[in-house]
Design a protein around this ligand. Structure first.
Ligand code: GDP
Ligand code: MG
Length: 448
């Protein structure tokens, strides 16, 4: 995946936070140092890296977490938000009829990207035509034509024609029925006067809705000044950063372009036609940090919180005979994790003690867990800690509150008694204790 090493260092920083017993000044300083190092390694500008780590430090020291959130969750959120911030705003891609002109220097990936964009819009149900306006490279016409055939979209070009303006003019009639027209243009080794002139003239004829500058990510921070120069010269509406798959400097290119105020619209992440992604900073960073979205991260956070120490405590508590509904719920939550049941059933001794008929399958477990969760949500804290007090009118109240039947509540209580007496029978069994500790540690860590 893109920016692997940045992702890796950020993920290990997050793990450090989530595994810590508490968030104090020392941890914050440590984390900020890690963050800085990770950003610099990804080629993010020194000043920018300092700025973001200062901001994280300040917020972490001053802000209180929102109600119901731990400081740990909040620190993770601060880091996430500040990294997202340096990547700028997302530019929405409108799925409408439009003309897109691609500009950029030699070898940055314009022609490849033209085909990738064609595929992108085609997949969204729009018809696309590629127009070959690169008249400087002899092979450009054929390269684009072949790509158009591969994508299965329209193509317009005039072989051996040296006047880009003429091609643009003549294409008009041909392309008018397509929804999306994408114009590939010539590059130069640098932004020279005659390239500026050519782009300006093409712009007058084509009247594009979007002018996207295509930049190679291996340029690192240099992508920033280049985006600015192009913007000042011809006015661009967005930047496409290519070859993010092949460089550790991607962080530099992305952040440097964002600083110029030109939104990064798409990123190229490989040589294939499918290797193009719409750039959405929050989602990009979420993925980099190894989470589907922030919600998932917070869930992961809670999972990791159950660290080695806690595994030991849980094991001790379970085997000391102090076993309440909350403990049972925790065990069920572990078991409901996909794929875990098989692993556990084969190795966790206390489950094997259940009669065969009660050794549940994964789906049943998940169902049961959901039901129990709903019921337990209607219990008071006192009831969860001392399930023995749940009798008579309490059962009716809990059933009403959770929308379940009293018999469901009784079933939960029965299950609890069964597990409790099983735990009791294991009390003082040192060998069992060791095994249980090992198990709890094993699958909690494995779940991260
Ligand atoms: P142009 O001169 O700007 O039109 O650049 P081309 O489209 O011809 O691309 C130059 C080279 O970069 C080609 O070899 C492409 O295969 C390669 N390329 C373009 N985009 C990407 C990308 O996102 N990832 C990788 N790995 N290679 C790319
Ligand atoms: Mg080209």
């Amino acid at each position: 995946m893109v920016l692997d090493s940045l992702g890796e260092s950020l993920r290990s920083t997050l793990k450090k936070i989530l595994r810590s017993t508490r968030v104090d000044k020392e941890l914050i300083k440590d984390v900020v140092r890690d963050l800085q190092r990770a950003l610099l390694k990804a080629d993010v500008n020194v000043r920018l890296a300092l700025e973001i780590s200062k901001k994280v430090e300040k917020r972490a020291l001053e802000e209180k977490p929102p109600p119901g959130k731990s400081m740990r969750d909040h620190l993770v959120r601060i880091i996430y938000e500040e990294i997202v911030r340096i990547l700028g705003e997302e530019k929405k891609i409108e799925l409408k009829r439009q003309k897109i002109m691609l500009v950029g220097l030699y070898g940055q990936g314009k022609t490849t990207t033209a085909a990738k964009l064609a595929k992108f819009f085609q997949r969204k149900g729009l018809s696309v035509c590629l127009v070959a306006c690169d008249v400087h490279r002899p092979a450009a016409y054929h390269q684009l034509k072949q790509l158009a055939e591969k994508v299965g979209c329209g193509f317009f070009g005039i072989e051996n024609e040296k006047d880009a303006l003429k091609i643009a003019r003549e294409s008009e009639k041909y392309v008018k029925d397509y929804d999306v027209k994408i114009y590939d243009t010539s590059g130069r080794h640098s932004l020279e006067e005659d390239l500026i002139e050519e782009i300006k003239n093409l712009k007058k004829i084509i009247k594009p809705d979007e002018i996207y500058l295509v930049i190679d990510a291996t340029m690192g921070q240099q992508a920033g000044p280049q985006a600015k120069a192009f913007h000042d010269a011809v006015g661009i509406t967005g930047v496409i950063i290519t070859k993010l798959d092949g460089t550790a400097k991607g962080g530099g290119a992305l952040s440097a372009v964002a600083v110029t105020g030109a939104p990064v619209v798409f990123i190229g992440v490989g040589e294939h036609i499918e290797d193009l992604e719409h750039f959405d900073p929050p989602r990009f960073i979420a993925r980099l940090l190894g989470m589907g979205d922030l919600q998932t991260l917070m869930e992961v956070a809670r999972e990791i919180e159950m660290d080695e120490k806690r595994a030991e405590e849980t094991a001790e508590r379970l085997l000391s005979g102090k076993f309440n509904l909350k403990d049972m719920y925790e065990i069920y939550a572990e078991l409901a994790k996909p794929g875990f049941l098989k692993k556990i059933l084969s190795s966790l001794p206390f489950l094997n003690l259940l009669p065969q008929a009660q050794q549940p399958d994964e789906e049943e477990f998940a169902r049961k867990l959901r039901k129990y969760r709903v019921i337990m949500d209607s219990m008071t804290y006192e009831e969860l800690e001392n399930p023995d007090i749940i009798k008579g009118s309490r059962i009716d109240r809990i059933a009403r509150g959770s929308g379940m039947r009293p018999s469901d509540v009784r079933e939960l209580l029965k299950e609890y008694s069964r597990m409790k007496s099983m735990m009791k029978s294991l009390k003082g069994n040192r060998r069992m204790m060791r095994m249980l500790k090992k198990q709890l540690r094993g699958f909690e860590m494995g779940g991260v």
